[in-house]
Design a protein around this ligand. Structure first.
Ligand SMILES: *Cc1c(COP(=O)(O)O)cnc(C)c1O
Length: 382
C-alpha cells in the first residue's frame, strides 16, 4: 500500500504509458505517435511523460507554447517538438536556435515568420495548419471558403521549411450522424488539400489529423502521425461517451490526501462553510487535507461525491474548502490521523475515477487533470 508523502499528492504510473502507447498503436496501424505533452502533460508532468514516451519510441512531441518547448529542451528531450499554438514575434529566435517546429497559425503569420527568418539568415521548421472545421488556427479550407492559394504560398516561402501539414477535429468524440458526417468531410477536405499540393509538385511532408477521439473512432486513416494526449494517460474525456473501438487503457494518475483528524458530531451540528451539511444522526467526520486550491472542484460539495478510505466508499460532506474537506467515515472502523484518502485510483478492491469528478463538476477529464495544482507533488509510482 501507499505511503503518505505530503498533505496531498498525485501518484503517476509512468511505466503504464508503455502499455497505453501499445494500445494506441494497435488502433492506428502504421501511423506513428506524436505525444501531446502541453499543459505539463495535462498535469501529469511533461518531462517525465516525454522521457517515458521517448523510451518507447515516440520521436515527436506536441506542446502549446515556446516555454513548454524550451522546458523540454532544457530537460534533455532532443526529439522533434511541434508548437501547436502561437509563438509571439519576440520569441521567434528560439525556434531556430532550439530546433523547434512551429505551426503556421495563419498565412499572415507565416509571412511574418518568413521575414524574420530571412532577416536572420535562418531556416525555420514549420507545419502548415489547415482549418477544416475547428475555426481555431490555420488557413481556412472548408466547403464554403477555400484558400488553396495561401496553402501553396506557405510552402513556397523562402526561409520556412514546411515539413508537415495538419488539421484538427472538433467532434470526433461524437458518434451522432451529424458529427460523423462533419468529421468525415474534414478528412475529405484534408486529403483534397494534400492532393492539390501534389498536383503543384509540392511534397506536403508529414500528415496528421487525429486527436484521441480521432484515434478511437476513426482508427486507421493512413496518416503519418496521430496526436494523442488523453489516451497515453489512460483515460478519455468522459467514460460515459460511447466509442467505436475497445482499447484497454491503464489510467496513470491517482490522487491522495491525508486524514488530519477524526471526530464525532451530533445530530443538528453542521459541517463547513455555508452550513450546507447538517448531521441527521451522530456522524463520524474525517478532515482531509486537500481542497479546491489543489484542484478538487468546489462544485463537488454536497453532491454525494465519494472517496475511498481503508478501501471503503465515503461521502464528502459540506462545502469543499480551499485546502481541506470533510468526509463521512461513520461506517469505517479505526480511521485516524495520517490515514490515506483516495480521490482518484484504486484502494483495496474499490476504485474511484477521475471521470466521476469531471461529471459532477460538469466538465471533462482534460480540464480536471490539468487543473490539479502545482503545489500537489507528482510522485512516480514504483
Ligand atoms: C490538445 C491537442 C491534441 C490532443 O488532444 P487529446 O484529445 O488529448 O488527444 C491534439 N491536437 C491538437 C492540435 C491539440 O490542441
Amino acid at each position: 500500500m501507499l505511503k503518505s508523502y505530503s498533505r496531498a499528492w498525485c501518484e503517476i504510473d509512468y511505466k503504464a504509458i508503455n502499455h497505453n502507447l501499445d494500445e494506441i498503436q494497435k488502433l492506428v496501424g502504421k501511423t506513428k505517435i506524436m505525444g501531446i505533452v502541453k499543459a505539463n502533460a495535462y498535469g501529469h508532468g511533461d518531462v517525465a511523460c516525454a522521457r517515458q514516451m521517448a523510451k518507447w519510441g515516440v520521436d515527436f512531441f506536441g506542446v502549446s507554447s515556446i516555454d513548454e518547448a524550451l522546458n523540454l529542451r532544457e530537460n534533455g528531450i532532443d526529439q522533434d517538438i511541434l508548437i501547436l499554438g502561437y509563438t509571439p514575434v519576440e520569441h521567434f529566435h528560439y525556434l531556430y536556435e532550439k530546433n523547434i517546429v512551429q505551426s503556421l497559425v495563419s498565412f499572415e503569420y507565416a509571412q511574418k515568420l518568413n521575414a524574420f527568418a530571412k532577416e536572420n539568415d535562418a531556416m525555420i521548421r514549420c507545419h502548415c495548419k489547415v482549418d477544416t472545421g475547428m475555426c481555431r488556427t490555420g488557413i481556412i479550407y472548408q466547403d464554403q471558403d477555400k484558400h488553396m492559394d495561401q496553402i501553396i504560398a506557405e510552402y513556397r516561402l523562402s526561409n520556412l521549411s514546411v515539413e508537415g501539414i495538419f488539421s484538427h477535429f472538433p467532434v470526433s468524440d461524437d458518434l451522432g450522424v451529424d458529427s460523423r458526417t462533419f468529421t468525415e468531410n474534414q478528412i475529405r477536405l484534408f486529403k483534397e488539400v494534400i492532393d492539390n499540393l501534389k498536383k503543384e509538385g509540392i511534397d506536403c511532408g508529414i500528415k496528421h489529423i487525429q486527436n484521441s477521439y480521432g484515434i478511437l473512432n476513426y482508427m486507421d486513416l493512413g496518416m503519418d502521425y496521430c496526436r494523442p494526449g488523453l489516451l497515453y494517460m489512460g483515460v478519455t474525456s468522459d467514460d460515459q461517451i460511447p466509442i467505436l473501438s475497445n482499447p484497454d487503457f491503464i489510467p496513470i494518475m491517482s490522487i491522495y490526501a491525508n486524514v488530519s483528524l477524526v471526530k464525532w458530531i451530533q445530530e443538528g451540528q453542521s459541517v463547513s462553510y455555508g452550513r450546507n451539511f447538517i448531521a441527521t444522526k451522530p456522524t463520524k467526520v474525517a478532515t482531509v487535507s486537500i481542497g479546491y486550491a489543489d484542484g478538487i472542484p468546489r462544485l463537488l460539495s454536497n453532491q454525494g461525491f465519494e472517496v475511498l478510505i481503508h478501501g471503503k466508499h465515503c461521502k464528502v460532506i459540506g462545502n469543499i474548502c480551499m485546502d481541506q474537506c470533510m468526509v463521512d467515515v461513520t461506517d469505517v472502523e479505526n480511521v485516524k490521523e495520517g490515514d490515506i484518502c483516495c480521490f482518484v485510483g484504486q484502494m483495496g478492491q474499490e476504485r474511484v475515477t477521475i471521470d466521476t469528478i469531471s461529471r459532477l463538476a460538469k466538465t471533462i477529464n482534460n480540464e480536471t487533470m490539468s487543473a490539479i495544482a502545482a503545489r500537489v507533488p507528482r510522485l512516480e509510482k514504483r
